[in-house]
Write a protein that binds this ligand. Sequence first.
Ligand code: MLT
Length: 304
Amino acid sequence: MFTIQTLDKISAKGLELFPRDQYEIATEISNPDAIILRSTKIHDMELPPKLKAIARAGAGVNNIPIDKCTKKGIVVFNTPGANANAVKELVLAALLLASRKIHDGISWAQSLKGNGDQVPALVEKGKSQFKGPEIKGKTLGVIGLGAIGVMVANDALALGMNVIGYDPFISINSAWELSSNVAKASSLDHLLSVSDYITIHVPFNENTNGMINKNTLKIMKKGVRILNFARGGLVDNKDILEAIENGKVACYVTDFPEEELLGNERIIAIPHLGASTPESEENCALMAASQLREFLEKGNVRNS
Ligand code: MLT
């Protein structure tokens, strides 16, 4: 009998992959063979002595102490690509949000309640405050060409954008199914200097921590709009707030709200919804569970 502790709510479709006559699965297990989780941070957790594997139903693994696991021989799985479509769809929505002031316009329209049949006239009078540019013909810079970045790049072309891509870790020529219509930036600085919109899709680690900071912001065009659906720590909050204040950045959309980013009308803070669709939660759970089962039963390590 294998024992698996779930630290977060995991889609039932995934957990159904474990036959109940061979597996005990519960939120409280004293010394499990494996842990399956989504967002719970376990850096401070004492790793159970029997633990052989941790499976994350998601792409990023920065909530898991990888070095500690490696030292103890604990295998860590994640689910790259399984939530890519969900994130991509929200990024495309965010491109339009960043341009067209849709969120402010909606709040304003709601605030007109109580004005009775004057509402249509008030709408016509006040709507000009929510004017924003079209994205067609503008340049989108995609930093990071993994599963999500490639999907965003290809679909932004279909919206009429010019797209330029750069990956700090892999050669752009080996990016998976990247449209040949995506221009190749010769360097990160090149991408930053020509983009009207920049979207970040790299993992968070010691090399990418704070990669959007006062130095990289300096290279960007005035009025650039920046989207971050990867990890909050990729962007230096103090520096982006300053760049918003001095007009360099027209809008920052982040899926990782933090206190200092709230209440600024040029920052759109989304409550980490990138992967929050039933489809993506199911895909991630299925991938995490099948990797884990294969490992526990056959010792195979597969990360796809
Ligand atoms: C990811 O790393 O894939 C996302 O953060 C997933 C999530 O929202 O759990």
